[in-house]
Ligand binder design. Structure first.
Ligand SMILES: NC(=O)C1=CN([C@@H]2O[C@H](COP(=O)(O)OP(=O)(O)OC[C@H]3O[C@@H](n4cnc5c(N)ncnc54)[C@H](OP(=O)(O)O)[C@@H]3O)[C@@H](O)[C@H]2O)C=CC1
Ligand SMILES: Cc1cn([C@H]2C[C@H](O)[C@@H](COP(=O)(O)OP(=O)(O)O[C@H]3O[C@@H](C)C(=O)[C@@H](O)[C@H]3O)O2)c(=O)[nH]c1=O
Length: 287
């Protein structure tokens, strides 16, 4: 099997590179400079040359606040670029693995009450921001293309590579004496290493469809930050604040927990507890 990883320099793309290097599989990972999802003719030319059997699409526009100011850019990558990819996969019998987000869900306070175990894969979507809308449009394009696909929705993604909340907190915690972190947005982090491992299991077992992968638990960003500082023994005055006290261009869902029952049932995977996942990540970051 020949695998093409797109967005190969990003947080998740780099994690795939580390992982696939340890598997017996032929793969190539391309950065955005060599595979720009918005250049449809060029991406088709590259795919035509490489002739992959499987594409793992880690390319994405991920700037949640900036997307409110440049929606066309977010849609060009996350929707139109993904449609081009999926259509090509459908016509050339290539399997597509794609990553989407918890931000496709509305995350209302009512849903928090009604779905304490989180949103399941078939729950209705209704994004509250442009990034979420663009990612949802990408998902829909894949489903309509007729290609064989696995869509993995992940949330609050954190890994060794690239930028994420854990790394931001570590940096800010060392530079500042006081930090304000939101305590009224609930969800649970996906750890990149875990996502890749479990996703590869789905590929190996020839599973198709949409799956949620995150760790076990239900926490706020504040809980997450508090645990990061406790585990790292960093002294910082951490203050819980509401979303209204932490103004941002994009609205975030108040609740975006992903229910992971489906993948657990199908593969027998036991997803990692969030504190354990964090412990593993912090150990990786210390090396
Ligand atoms: N980060 C998170 O918290 C979450 C991420 N996801 C999804 O997971 C996927 C991976 O996210 P993550 O690795 O964290 O994101 P990153 O932002 O770390 O990586 C995204 C990669 O996509 C590349 N990219 C951007 N625009 C284009 C383009 N036009 N053509 C080709 N490549 C492009 C970027 O390249 P360059 O740097 O050169 O621009 C970057 O390498 C995305 O689809 C994202 O929506 C889902 C939920 C949570
Ligand atoms: C840096 C910082 C963030 N926050 C809040 C803002 C936000 O609500 C939350 C997380 O911050 P981030 O900058 O990581 O936010 P954000 O970019 O919204 O993270 C999202 O990225 C996209 C790509 C996804 O798909 C989502 O799953 C999610 O991970 O924490 C604080 O409260 N205090 C802080 O000092």
């Amino acid at each position: 099997m020949r695998v093409l990883v797109t967005g190969g320099n990003g947080q998740l793309g780099s994690e795939w590179v580390s992982y696939l290097n340890r598997q017996e599989v032929e793969f190539i990972a391309l950065p955005s400079s060599d595979f720009d999802l918005t250049d449809h003719a060029d991406t088709r030319r590259v795919m035509g040359n490489l002739k992959p059997d499987l594409i793992i699409n880690c390319a994405g526009y991920t700037k949640v606040d900036q997307a409110e100011e440049e929606p066309e850019k977010a849609f060009a990558v996350n929707s139109e670029g993904v449609k081009n990819l999926a259509d090509y996969c459908a016509s050339n019998n290539i399997k597509l693995v794609h990553f989407s987000t918890d931000y496709v869900f509305p995350g209302t306070k009512e849903d928090l009450q009604n779905y304490p175990q989180g949103y399941s894969e078939d729950h209705s979507t209704d994004p509250v921001n442009t990034y979420g809308e663009s990612k949802l449009a990408g998902e829909q394009a894949i489903r309509e293309s007729g290609c064989e696909f696995i869509i993995i929705r992940v949330a609050w993604l954190c890994g060794k590579h690239g930028s994420n909340f854990v790394k931001k907190m570590l940096k800010m915690g060392r530079e500042r004496e006081e930090l304000n972190v939101i305590n009224d947005q609930l969800g649970c982090p996906s750890f990149a290493h875990n996502v890749v491992q479990n996703c590869w299991k789905l590929v190996a077992e020839n599973k198709l469809g949409t799956y949620h992968i995150c760790s076990e638990g239900k926490i706020s960003w504040y809980d997450f930050a508090k645990e990061i500082f406790e585990q790292m023994e960093i002294q910082v005055n951490l203050k819980p604040v509401s979303s209204s006290e932490f103004p941002a261009k994009a609205k975030r869902p108040a609740f975006s927990l992903l229910n992971t029952q489906k993948i657990s049932n199908i593969t027998g995977i036991k997803l990692i507890d969030w504190k354990e996942g964090l412990k593993n990540l912090l150990a990786e970051l210390r090396v």
